[in-house]
Design a protein around this ligand. Structure first.
Ligand code: NAD
Length: 410
């Protein structure tokens, strides 16, 4: 299986060929502006010192300050962070928000640290990087293993060096300069774009069946949005396995169950299925919303969904993508499908810069407007150039970043 970075390079290369991009422009766009690897030592509660490795990959700033999440996970490595940083460059460009792309992370198992240790880890990471962060330079956000509390620590530590600066980070608690609607934004965006895809494929919303792998932040808000829109959520899953109910799962009952029991294990709203089985269900839309690399050359032939919406980052490997193209199963690519989160992060940054707060209704309206505009452009490009949706999204994104590079000059 290709690494995350090789996959990102392949999708870039495909679109670059359609655009007939010069090799010098290809090199400029694929070379990260800055790769940072730092030592992050932390004094543990027992007095010992533990040393971790942190990364920040600043991929491209041609269209604006760099933007991207900060991941705390024991498998974080330079290759993966770099791949995710380049995805952020194309993601911000495809929905046309004025940011570039970056990503960061610390290789750490958060379950092994206390809350105080996590706070010290985060503050020390900011001590190392604060000169490279900033509202007009590089703006972190939550990702796997980090949350609104982590962002509050980052803001507080950054301000010790640079003074009051709420726009230095997004995904903050709503009480501390965060935006209404940030938590739901990615799932809501996935839901809205799934409906848009169904409409374009001339499938009736009411009769459509949906399977969602992953019932965390993205999966739950996606499920709730699509259930309310009238589709039938026939299967959901989390790390503990899945549940299938052909007459429709009661999403709020499943949510209540997971809130109290911690996982879908024991939920009685359907029959148990495995995480492999959910990927092969005969449904209208399959939404992988958990991990990357779940649809591969080995299981792509078993997929019976009529379309796939990539809510997670990179759930379809390039080999599986080729099989879906051959089988004419449309795949709505991650850089568009899950761009709702970064879009509302942009709204948070705008509000922080203006010291002005939008209400939830405004956030939702602006989000749908922004994503629908991006979707319509991608769809039109796919039709015009006769390319898959993923290539179309990359064509638009690379075109925008490339033009910014040329207009700005070096
Ligand atoms: P989360 O941690 O809230 O939820 C992850 C879910 O996946 C959980 O239900 C977990 O049980 C499940 N899961 C974990 N391992 C699994 C496995 N092996 N099989 C099946 N399910 C498994 O994470 P999230 O924020 O919902 O993010 C999900 C995906 O979406 C990630 O790929 C993330 O990078 C991507 N994403 C998230 C956002 C966001 O704003 N949260 C934005 C863009 C992309």
């Amino acid at each position: 299986m290709k690494s995350a970075f090789e996959a990102a390079e392949q999708y870039f290369a495909e679109a670059a060929s359609v655009l007939d991009l010069s090799s010098s422009m290809r090199t400029l766009l694929m070379t990260p502006e800055r790769e940072i690897k730092v030592q992050v030592p932390v004094k543990l509660d027992n007095g010992e010192i533990a040393t971790f490795v942190g990364y920040r990959m600043q991929h491209n700033s041609a269209r604006g300050p760099m933007k991207g999440g900060l991941r705390y996970h024991h498998e974080v490595n330079a290759d993966e962070v770099l791949a995710l940083a380049s995805l952020m460059t194309w993601k911000t460009a495809v929905v046309d928000i004025p940011f570039g792309g970056a990503k960061g992370g610390i290789s750490v198992n958060t379950k092994e640290l206390s809350i105080d240790e996590l706070e010290r880890l985060t503050r020390r990471f900011v001590d190392e990087l604060h000169d490279l962060f900033g509202p007009d330079k590089d703006i972190p956000a939550p990702d796997m293993g980090t949350n609104a509390q982590t962002m509050a620590w980052i803001m507080n530590q950054y301000e010790k060096f640079h003074g009051f600066s709420p726009a230095c980070v997004t995904g903050k608690p709503v009480e501390l300069y965060g935006a209404e609607g940030r938590e739901e934004a990615t799932g809501r965006g996935v839901g809205a774009l799934t409906l848009a895809t169904l409409r374009r494929c001339r499938r009736p919303i009411e009769a459509s069946t949906i399977a969602i792998q992953g019932f965390g932040n993205v999966g739950t808000f996606t499920a709730a949005y699509l259930e309310k829109a009238g589709t039938r959520i026939v299967a959901i899953s989390d790390v503990s396995g899945g549940v299938l109910n052909r007459s429709g799962i009661d999403v709020s009952a499943a949510l209540d169950w997971v809130r109290s029991a911690g996982s879908l294990t024991g939920f009685s709203g359907g029959e148990r299925i495995s995480n492999d089985e959910i990927l092969a269900l005969d449904v209208d839309v399959l939404i992988p919303a958990a991990l990357g690399g779940v649809l591969t050359h080995e299981n792509a032939k078993d997929v019976r969904a009529k379309m796939i919406v990539e809510a997670a980052n990179g759930p379809v490997t390039p080999e599986a993508d080729a099989i879906f193209r051959q089988r004419e199963i449309p795949v709505l690519p991650d850089i568009l499908a899950n761009a709702g989160g970064v879009t509302v992060s942009y709204f948070e940054w705008v509000q922080n810069q203006q010291y002005f707060r939008w209400d939830l209704r405004r956030v939702r309206e602006e989000l749908e407007k922004s994503l629908t505009r991006g979707f319509d452009r991608v769809w039109a490009t796919a039709e015009e150039k006769k390319v898959p949706l993923r290539t179309a999204a990359y064509l638009l994104a690379i075109g925008r970043v490339g033009r910014a590079e040329i207009l700005g000059g070096i």
